[in-house]
Design a protein. Structure first.
Length: 135
């Protein structure tokens, strides 16, 4: 439907929903989830819509986490936090900080000080990237 209408945004979002559905099935199909997510990224490059592209990239990190690749998931999340901070996108920043937290928990490296960004005044005081939080 979205493709027939030439709606890349709608098609990308529908593919992301398909990707999520593939991950949350009783027997996850992570290969199909990844293929759908990569197609969404092709349809919505960063120069077309930075927020959706970052959100779609975050989905790839979630798939890595589901595959048991916590370090790869963390790498995706940390790169996206930096992009979200640079672009001022609070929504994506919050999503990928959460994803980074899940990856760190899976690695046995919780970082509770990162989650306290809200208590320190975020979004007014701004949460910082995981790299900046270590300083």
């Amino acid at each position: 439907l979205f493709r027939a209408e030439g709606d890349a945004f709608g098609e990308g979002c529908a593919l992301t929903v398909l990707s999520i559905a593939c991950m949350y099935r009783s027997s996850p199909d992570l290969d199909r989830a990844e293929a759908a997510q990569r197609k969404a990224l092709e349809l919505v490059p960063p120069d077309l819509d930075s927020t959706l592209n970052q959100f779609f990239r975050a989905g790839l990190g979630t798939i890595e986490l589901y595959r048991g690749h916590a370090e790869a998931a963390l790498e995706v999340a940390e790169a996206l936090v930096a992009d979200a901070v640079d672009s001022g996108d609070h929504f994506v920043e919050a999503v990928v900080l959460t994803n980074a937290g899940w990856a760190r928990l899976a690695m046995g490296e919780p970082r509770p000080e990162i989650s306290h960004g809200c208590a320190r005044g975020w979004p007014h005081g701004r949460a910082r990237s995981p790299a900046a939080m270590s300083r």
